[in-house]
Design a protein around this ligand. Structure first.
Ligand code: ATP
Ligand code: MG
Length: 282
C-alpha cells in the first residue's frame, strides 16, 4: 500500500491496456477541456519511462520527475505552463530507471504528487500502457480511472486485462476501487463505441462482477493526428464552430462525464473543485 499520501484534488488516471490507443492524446485534450470549463488543472506525465506529453504539447522542460526523485529539485519545479492554461508535470523519456521504479521511490513520488495536487481543482494523469506496478499503484489511487481502448479486439482484450488487474490490486490492498470507466477512441461513431463498450462491459460483468460504463468516445479523425503533428492538443485546434468541432463536442461530453462522475459542481459555474475533500491513497 502506498504510504499515507492524500490527494487534495480528485485524481483522474487516463490509462489503457494497449499501447498507442490514444491515452496521451486524450489526457492532454481532456485536461485542456476541463480547464476551459473553469477547473484549475494539473496534467501529469506518469508514463514514467517513456514520457512524451511535453513532445505532444511542444513544451521544453527544464526539470523532470526523474530529477525530483533524485533530490535535484522539487516536484513543483517540474511543473511548467502548458497550452490552454493548464499546468503540466513533465516526465523523462528513455529512462530505464524510471521505468523500473523501486517501491520506495514510487511511494515518494505518489506522496509528492498528492502534495502537489493541493493547488488544483483536478489532476489528470497520463499513464503507460499495460499492468505494470506503476499503472496499478496509480490506478488504485485514482478517484476515477478512464480506460482508453479502440474497438480493435486486441485493444479491448487488453482493456479487460487492465480492469481485471486493477480489481485484483485493489482487493489485495483492501481498497475500494471505483469501477473504471471506458473511453472508446478512434471509432467511426456513437454506434461503434456503444457496441464495443457493451461487449467489454458484458465480459467484465461476467468475470469481474463489474460493469464499466462508457464515459465517452472520440472518432478516428485525421485532424486529431494532424493537431498532434503540429504539437497542439486537438481541444485547441480549429475554430469554435469550424473544422474539428465534432471531436471537440465528444471531448466536451467526456469532460462533463468526468466532472459528474467525480461529483464535482459544474465547472462552468465557477471553480468546481471540492478542495475540502481528500482523496486518500492509503
Ligand atoms: N481519435 C484519433 N484519431 C486519429 N488519430 C489519433 C486519435 N487518437 C490518437 N491518435 C493518434 O494515434 C497515435 C497514438 O496516440 P497516443 O500517443 O496518444 O497513444 P498512447 O496510447 O498514449 O500511446 P503509448 O501507449 O505509446 O503511450 C498518435 O499519432 C495520435 O495522434
Ligand atoms: Mg502515451
Amino acid at each position: 500500500m502506498s504510504a499515507g499520501c492524500s490527494f487534495h484534488a480528485p485524481f483522474v488516471l487516463v490509462t489503457g491496456g494497449k499501447g498507442g490507443v490514444g491515452k496521451t492524446t486524450l489526457a492532454a485534450s481532456l485536461a485542456v477541456q476541463l480547464r476551459a470549463q473553469g477547473l484549475s488543472t494539473l496534467l501529469c506525465d506518469l508514463d514514467l519511462g517513456l514520457a512524451d506529453l511535453h513532445v505532444l504539447l511542444g513544451l521544453e522542460p527544464r526539470h523532470t520527475i526523474e530529477q525530483a526523485l533524485a533530490g535535484e529539485c522539487a516536484l513543483a519545479d517540474c511543473v511548467i505552463a502548458g497550452p490552454g492554461g493548464i499546468d503540466v508535470l513533465v516526465g523523462s523519456n528513455g529512462s530505464s530507471a524510471m521505468a523500473n521504479l523501486a517501491p520506495e521511490a514510487r511511494t515518494r513520488l505518489l506522496a509528492a504528487l498528492a502534495e502537489l495536487s493541493t493547488g488544483y481543482d483536478i489532476v489528470v494523469g497520463d499513464s503507460a500502457a499495460g499492468i505494470g506496478p506503476d499503472v496499478l499503484a496509480l490506478g488504485v489511487l485514482a478517484r476515477m480511472v478512464l480506460v482508453v481502448t479502440t474497438p480493435d479486439p486486441s485493444a479491448a482484450a487488453d482493456a479487460y486485462g487492465l480492469v481485471k488487474a486493477l480489481v485484483a490490486e485493489s482487493a489485495a490492498r483492501g481498497l475500494d476501487l471505483p469501477t473504471p470507466e471506458l473511453v472508446l477512441n478512434q471509432v467511426s461513431g456513437a454506434r461503434e463505441a456503444e457496441l464495443a463498450a457493451a461487449r467489454l462491459a458484458a465480459v467484465c460483468r461476467q468475470f469481474l462482477s463489474r460493469s464499466p460504463r462508457l464515459a465517452g468516445w472520440v472518432p478516428r479523425a485525421p485532424r486529431i493526428a494532424e493537431a498532434a503533428r503540429r504539437r497542439v492538443p486537438f481541444a485547441l485546434s480549429g475554430g469554435p464552430a469550424g473544422a474539428g468541432s465534432g471531436e471537440r463536442e465528444c471531448l466536451e461530453r467526456l469532460a462533463r462525464r468526468v466532472v459528474l462522475g467525480l461529483g464535482m459542481e459544474s465547472a462552468s459555474t465557477g471553480r468546481g473543485g471540492n478542495p475540502a475533500q481528500d482523496w486518500s491513497c492509503s
